[in-house]
Design a protein around this ligand. Sequence first.
Ligand code: B12
Length: 266
Amino acid sequence: MSRGRAPGEDSPQGTDVRPGGLASAAAMGKGTPMSASDLAGLDRLYLHIVALREVAALKEVADLLVDGVEPMAIMDCFHRGLTEIGRLFQIKEYYMTALVLAGDLMSQSMRLVMPRLAKMEKAEKQGLVLVATIEGDIHELGKSLAGYLLTASGFEVVDLGVDVPPRVILAETLRLVPDVVGVSLLLTTCVPTVRRLSGLIDETFAGQADRPLLLAGCGFNIPKGPDERGGGLTDLTGLLGVDMVVADAYDTVRICLERMGSRKRK
Ligand code: B12
């Protein structure tokens, strides 16, 4: 396997291989208390993910499910693990193979975990959400995760897949008239393409009540340029021309529910 040192195996100095400890792990369960052994299991899972130990990670996932740990706590652990793998890729400790292996490991785990999510309490019926990863980008896990959680929360979700051109998203939006359109972009090179989509949506639905809410899920932010004093991060909502940029899958559900609330009140 073409990778460098495996974090968690020898904990290189300055490399954050720890999963944020008890406080963040408890928050991952979104309010559901977890036992110390479940938290230790999530800690172990994080280390297996970052070290790309596939068999051990999948066994840990299965054990956590048997212990009744919330599916989304497990998925959040993957999110943090994959973010760390991305960082190691950026600093060239990991190579492309690591991204491929990490993506595959998370896909396999989603197949184990998602049936449990579907068993979550039957949620009240909500609106229709169209999701897609924008043209030029083939990252699909974040989009799929948001889609699963929306479905479990009562939304009908139509997933157009990855690498979807703006004109296709627009055509499907006109055909299905969704309440929300959610696009995923993990590559900064895709910013202009999302801008093109938002331009198309704005033009097509100008002044219309059935204009969908346009959300973007992106795994990055962009530091402000040197001319903008004080540093800070670029306003991605304005840059992309979308209505909102979501932080994660929970945020997506919250915003979509709010959207439905405001639609019902009209
Ligand atoms: C796994 C991975 C891959 C896998 C993806 C496999 C798959 N089936 O999806 C593969 C190997 C294909 C891949 C390829 C590449 N990758 Co990649 N990849 C990653 C990695 C490690 C994890 C991404 C991930 O799935 N995270 C887990 C999910 C659950 O989290 P998430 O995507 O953030 O999603 C959450 C939110 O953002 C939000 N959300 C996300 N999408 C959506 C969509 C909707 C509708 C909504 C509502 C919400 C929402 O909710 C999600 C859940 O909380 C990231 C590292 C990182 N920091 O994220 C790099 C990363 C995204 N990749 C990167 C790069 C550079 C590439 C390549 C260009 C590498 C190359 N040289 O070829 C190619 C690009 C190919 C292409 N054209 O798209 C860079 C992007 C840099 C940038 N900002 O531009 C990153 C950040 C790594 C890095 N630090 O350099 N990659």
